[in-house]
Design a protein around this ligand. Structure first.
Ligand SMILES: Cc1cc2nc3c(=O)[nH]c(=O)nc-3n(C[C@H](O)[C@H](O)[C@H](O)COP(=O)(O)O)c2cc1C
Length: 247
Protein backbone atom coordinates (compact mmCIF):
# COMPACT_ATOMS: atom_id res chain seq x y z
CA UNK A 1 0.00 0.00 0.00
CA UNK A 2 1.42 3.43 -0.88
CA UNK A 3 0.63 6.75 0.81
CA UNK A 4 -2.09 7.66 -1.69
CA UNK A 5 -3.86 4.36 -1.04
CA UNK A 6 -3.49 4.95 2.69
CA UNK A 7 -4.93 8.46 2.34
CA UNK A 8 -7.80 7.02 0.35
CA UNK A 9 -8.50 4.52 3.15
CA UNK A 10 -8.46 7.21 5.86
CA UNK A 11 -10.97 9.26 3.85
CA UNK A 12 -13.08 6.25 2.97
CA UNK A 13 -13.52 5.38 6.64
CA UNK A 14 -16.62 7.16 7.85
CA UNK A 15 -18.75 6.74 10.92
CA UNK A 16 -21.75 4.62 9.96
CA UNK A 17 -24.70 4.71 12.34
CA UNK A 18 -27.23 2.45 10.61
CA UNK A 19 -26.48 -0.99 9.19
CA UNK A 20 -27.96 -3.75 7.06
CA UNK A 21 -28.36 -6.97 9.03
CA UNK A 22 -26.47 -8.95 6.32
CA UNK A 23 -23.76 -11.14 7.86
CA UNK A 24 -20.10 -10.28 7.49
CA UNK A 25 -17.96 -12.71 5.43
CA UNK A 26 -16.07 -15.29 7.49
CA UNK A 27 -12.68 -14.20 8.67
CA UNK A 28 -13.26 -10.42 8.37
CA UNK A 29 -13.62 -9.78 12.10
CA UNK A 30 -10.55 -11.87 12.85
CA UNK A 31 -8.47 -9.86 10.33
CA UNK A 32 -9.77 -6.59 11.77
CA UNK A 33 -8.75 -7.70 15.26
CA UNK A 34 -5.43 -9.02 13.99
CA UNK A 35 -4.75 -5.47 12.74
CA UNK A 36 -5.80 -4.00 16.12
CA UNK A 37 -3.38 -6.38 17.84
CA UNK A 38 -0.55 -4.41 16.22
CA UNK A 39 -1.67 -1.02 17.59
CA UNK A 40 0.96 1.07 19.33
CA UNK A 41 0.87 1.18 23.12
CA UNK A 42 3.08 2.91 25.68
CA UNK A 43 5.67 0.46 27.00
CA UNK A 44 4.07 -2.08 24.63
CA UNK A 45 1.52 -2.68 27.40
CA UNK A 46 -1.20 -3.93 24.98
CA UNK A 47 -3.96 -3.52 27.58
CA UNK A 48 -6.82 -4.30 25.20
CA UNK A 49 -9.33 -7.16 25.23
CA UNK A 50 -11.91 -7.54 22.47
CA UNK A 51 -15.33 -9.16 23.01
CA UNK A 52 -17.00 -10.16 19.74
CA UNK A 53 -20.77 -10.12 20.26
CA UNK A 54 -23.14 -11.71 17.73
CA UNK A 55 -25.81 -13.12 20.06
CA UNK A 56 -29.06 -11.16 19.39
CA UNK A 57 -30.09 -11.12 23.07
CA UNK A 58 -26.75 -9.74 24.21
CA UNK A 59 -26.82 -7.16 21.41
CA UNK A 60 -30.35 -6.09 22.39
CA UNK A 61 -29.29 -5.60 25.98
CA UNK A 62 -26.30 -3.52 24.88
CA UNK A 63 -28.62 -1.37 22.74
CA UNK A 64 -30.96 -0.88 25.72
CA UNK A 65 -28.08 0.23 27.92
CA UNK A 66 -26.76 2.68 25.33
CA UNK A 67 -30.30 4.07 24.90
CA UNK A 68 -30.42 4.66 28.63
CA UNK A 69 -27.10 6.52 28.50
CA UNK A 70 -28.47 8.68 25.67
CA UNK A 71 -31.32 9.73 27.95
CA UNK A 72 -28.80 11.01 30.49
CA UNK A 73 -26.97 12.81 27.67
CA UNK A 74 -30.22 14.42 26.63
CA UNK A 75 -30.70 15.86 30.13
CA UNK A 76 -27.42 17.72 29.67
CA UNK A 77 -27.74 18.53 25.98
CA UNK A 78 -31.16 20.17 26.36
CA UNK A 79 -29.60 22.85 28.57
CA UNK A 80 -28.03 24.28 25.38
CA UNK A 81 -29.80 26.29 22.73
CA UNK A 82 -30.93 24.14 19.79
CA UNK A 83 -28.27 25.46 17.35
CA UNK A 84 -25.44 24.27 19.60
CA UNK A 85 -26.87 20.86 20.42
CA UNK A 86 -25.24 17.74 19.12
CA UNK A 87 -27.06 16.60 15.95
CA UNK A 88 -28.21 13.40 17.63
CA UNK A 89 -30.34 15.53 19.96
CA UNK A 90 -31.84 17.85 17.36
CA UNK A 91 -34.83 17.52 15.11
CA UNK A 92 -38.55 17.51 15.44
CA UNK A 93 -40.06 14.59 17.28
CA UNK A 94 -36.71 13.15 18.29
CA UNK A 95 -35.72 15.27 21.22
CA UNK A 96 -34.97 13.19 24.25
CA UNK A 97 -35.73 9.91 22.53
CA UNK A 98 -33.08 7.20 22.52
CA UNK A 99 -31.04 7.54 19.36
CA UNK A 100 -29.56 4.08 19.07
CA UNK A 101 -29.59 3.24 15.39
CA UNK A 102 -26.77 0.70 15.14
CA UNK A 103 -28.87 -2.20 16.43
CA UNK A 104 -28.94 -4.08 13.10
CA UNK A 105 -25.16 -4.40 12.81
CA UNK A 106 -24.42 -8.15 12.75
CA UNK A 107 -21.38 -7.82 15.02
CA UNK A 108 -20.55 -5.58 17.96
CA UNK A 109 -16.93 -5.49 19.07
CA UNK A 110 -16.78 -4.38 22.67
CA UNK A 111 -13.34 -2.87 23.20
CA UNK A 112 -12.28 -3.41 26.79
CA UNK A 113 -9.05 -2.99 28.70
CA UNK A 114 -7.13 -4.30 31.65
CA UNK A 115 -5.48 -1.26 33.31
CA UNK A 116 -3.07 -3.49 35.21
CA UNK A 117 -1.11 -4.04 31.99
CA UNK A 118 -0.44 -0.29 31.84
CA UNK A 119 0.15 0.14 35.56
CA UNK A 120 2.86 -2.51 35.39
CA UNK A 121 4.95 -0.71 32.75
CA UNK A 122 7.83 1.73 33.04
CA UNK A 123 5.65 4.28 31.26
CA UNK A 124 3.17 4.30 34.13
CA UNK A 125 5.93 4.73 36.69
CA UNK A 126 7.41 7.75 34.87
CA UNK A 127 4.46 9.54 33.37
CA UNK A 128 1.43 8.83 35.49
CA UNK A 129 1.61 12.16 37.31
CA UNK A 130 2.75 14.21 34.34
CA UNK A 131 0.50 12.99 31.62
CA UNK A 132 -3.13 13.47 32.59
CA UNK A 133 -3.30 11.10 35.51
CA UNK A 134 -3.43 7.32 35.76
CA UNK A 135 -6.12 6.92 33.12
CA UNK A 136 -4.32 8.88 30.39
CA UNK A 137 -1.97 6.21 29.10
CA UNK A 138 -4.54 3.48 29.43
CA UNK A 139 -7.14 5.39 27.40
CA UNK A 140 -4.67 6.47 24.72
CA UNK A 141 -3.58 2.87 24.20
CA UNK A 142 -7.11 1.54 23.92
CA UNK A 143 -8.07 4.46 21.68
CA UNK A 144 -5.24 3.54 19.30
CA UNK A 145 -6.47 -0.04 18.98
CA UNK A 146 -10.01 1.23 18.44
CA UNK A 147 -8.90 3.52 15.62
CA UNK A 148 -7.22 0.61 13.86
CA UNK A 149 -10.42 -1.43 14.15
CA UNK A 150 -12.28 1.33 12.28
CA UNK A 151 -9.64 1.63 9.54
CA UNK A 152 -9.45 -2.13 9.11
CA UNK A 153 -13.25 -2.36 8.87
CA UNK A 154 -13.18 0.29 6.12
CA UNK A 155 -10.46 -1.69 4.32
CA UNK A 156 -12.86 -4.69 4.38
CA UNK A 157 -15.59 -2.54 2.77
CA UNK A 158 -17.54 -2.47 6.04
CA UNK A 159 -18.95 0.40 8.09
CA UNK A 160 -18.35 0.95 11.79
CA UNK A 161 -19.40 3.31 14.54
CA UNK A 162 -17.45 4.50 17.58
CA UNK A 163 -19.99 4.22 20.39
CA UNK A 164 -18.92 5.88 23.60
CA UNK A 165 -19.67 3.99 26.81
CA UNK A 166 -20.94 6.18 29.63
CA UNK A 167 -19.83 5.40 33.17
CA UNK A 168 -23.55 5.32 34.08
CA UNK A 169 -23.94 1.98 32.27
CA UNK A 170 -20.44 0.53 32.42
CA UNK A 171 -21.02 -1.65 35.51
CA UNK A 172 -24.06 -3.29 33.91
CA UNK A 173 -22.18 -3.87 30.65
CA UNK A 174 -19.41 -5.55 32.62
CA UNK A 175 -21.95 -7.82 34.32
CA UNK A 176 -23.53 -8.67 30.98
CA UNK A 177 -20.17 -9.64 29.45
CA UNK A 178 -18.81 -11.26 32.62
CA UNK A 179 -15.81 -8.93 32.69
CA UNK A 180 -13.44 -9.08 35.68
CA UNK A 181 -13.98 -6.23 38.11
CA UNK A 182 -10.68 -4.47 37.34
CA UNK A 183 -11.38 -4.25 33.59
CA UNK A 184 -12.90 -1.24 31.84
CA UNK A 185 -15.29 -1.09 28.90
CA UNK A 186 -13.89 1.53 26.54
CA UNK A 187 -16.02 1.59 23.38
CA UNK A 188 -18.57 -0.43 21.46
CA UNK A 189 -17.89 -0.79 17.75
CA UNK A 190 -20.86 -2.07 15.74
CA UNK A 191 -19.63 -3.37 12.38
CA UNK A 192 -21.57 -4.29 9.25
CA UNK A 193 -22.63 -3.16 5.81
CA UNK A 194 -23.81 0.47 5.75
CA UNK A 195 -27.56 1.05 5.26
CA UNK A 196 -26.90 4.46 3.67
CA UNK A 197 -24.19 6.55 2.07
CA UNK A 198 -22.84 9.09 4.56
CA UNK A 199 -23.05 12.79 3.69
CA UNK A 200 -19.73 14.45 2.78
CA UNK A 201 -17.37 14.79 5.67
CA UNK A 202 -16.40 18.05 7.34
CA UNK A 203 -12.83 18.63 8.42
CA UNK A 204 -10.98 21.81 9.35
CA UNK A 205 -8.51 22.94 6.68
CA UNK A 206 -4.97 21.61 7.02
CA UNK A 207 -3.58 25.16 6.85
CA UNK A 208 -5.51 26.05 10.04
CA UNK A 209 -3.91 23.33 12.12
CA UNK A 210 -0.37 22.95 10.79
CA UNK A 211 2.42 25.16 12.13
CA UNK A 212 6.01 25.11 10.99
CA UNK A 213 8.85 25.28 13.51
CA UNK A 214 6.67 27.01 16.13
CA UNK A 215 3.03 27.79 16.80
CA UNK A 216 1.76 30.46 14.40
CA UNK A 217 -0.18 32.88 16.62
CA UNK A 218 -2.05 34.38 13.66
CA UNK A 219 -3.94 31.05 13.68
CA UNK A 220 -4.93 31.31 17.36
CA UNK A 221 -8.68 30.86 17.88
CA UNK A 222 -10.27 33.20 20.42
CA UNK A 223 -13.14 32.06 22.63
CA UNK A 224 -15.54 33.72 20.19
CA UNK A 225 -13.90 31.90 17.26
CA UNK A 226 -14.43 28.59 19.10
CA UNK A 227 -18.08 29.45 19.74
CA UNK A 228 -18.59 30.29 16.06
CA UNK A 229 -16.73 27.12 15.10
CA UNK A 230 -19.16 25.02 17.14
CA UNK A 231 -22.10 26.74 15.46
CA UNK A 232 -20.57 26.09 12.02
CA UNK A 233 -19.67 22.53 12.99
CA UNK A 234 -23.19 21.74 14.11
CA UNK A 235 -24.66 22.98 10.85
CA UNK A 236 -22.17 20.92 8.88
CA UNK A 237 -22.46 17.73 10.91
CA UNK A 238 -26.24 17.53 11.21
CA UNK A 239 -26.50 15.91 7.72
CA UNK A 240 -24.16 13.14 8.95
CA UNK A 241 -27.06 11.92 11.12
CA UNK A 242 -29.31 10.51 8.39
CA UNK A 243 -32.02 9.36 10.77
CA UNK A 244 -33.00 12.87 11.89
CA UNK A 245 -36.51 13.69 10.71
CA UNK A 246 -36.03 17.42 10.45
CA UNK A 247 -33.61 20.01 11.75
C1 LIG B 1 -13.53 9.41 21.29
C2 LIG B 1 -14.64 9.32 20.28
C3 LIG B 1 -15.93 9.16 20.74
C4 LIG B 1 -16.98 9.05 19.82
N1 LIG B 1 -18.25 8.77 20.29
C5 LIG B 1 -19.24 8.57 19.39
C6 LIG B 1 -20.53 8.14 19.83
O1 LIG B 1 -20.78 7.90 21.02
N2 LIG B 1 -21.50 7.99 18.89
C7 LIG B 1 -21.26 8.21 17.56
O2 LIG B 1 -22.18 8.05 16.75
N3 LIG B 1 -20.05 8.59 17.11
C8 LIG B 1 -19.04 8.78 17.99
N4 LIG B 1 -17.78 9.12 17.55
C9 LIG B 1 -17.57 9.34 16.09
C10 LIG B 1 -17.48 10.82 15.74
O3 LIG B 1 -18.73 11.45 15.93
C11 LIG B 1 -17.03 10.95 14.28
O4 LIG B 1 -15.77 10.33 14.15
C12 LIG B 1 -16.91 12.39 13.83
O5 LIG B 1 -18.17 13.02 13.84
C13 LIG B 1 -16.32 12.52 12.41
O6 LIG B 1 -17.10 11.79 11.46
P1 LIG B 1 -16.47 10.59 10.61
O7 LIG B 1 -16.04 9.50 11.57
O8 LIG B 1 -17.60 10.12 9.71
O9 LIG B 1 -15.31 11.11 9.85
C14 LIG B 1 -16.72 9.18 18.43
C15 LIG B 1 -15.40 9.33 17.98
C16 LIG B 1 -14.37 9.37 18.90
C17 LIG B 1 -12.94 9.46 18.39
Amino acid sequence: MDIDQFLELTKKRRTIRRFNPDPIPDGCIEKILEAARFAQSGGNAQPWEFIVVKNPETKNRIVELIAEAHKYNWDIEKTRVEELRHPAYRGEGRQGEPTVTFKDAPVFIVVCGDPRRVQATVIAAHFIIHEGGPQAHFLKNIGNATQIIHLAAAACGLGSQWVTVSSAIEARLKDLLDLPVEFAVHTIVPIGYPAYTPAPNYRRDLSEMVHYEKYDRTKYATGEDIYNYLLKLRNKTVPAYPYRKKV
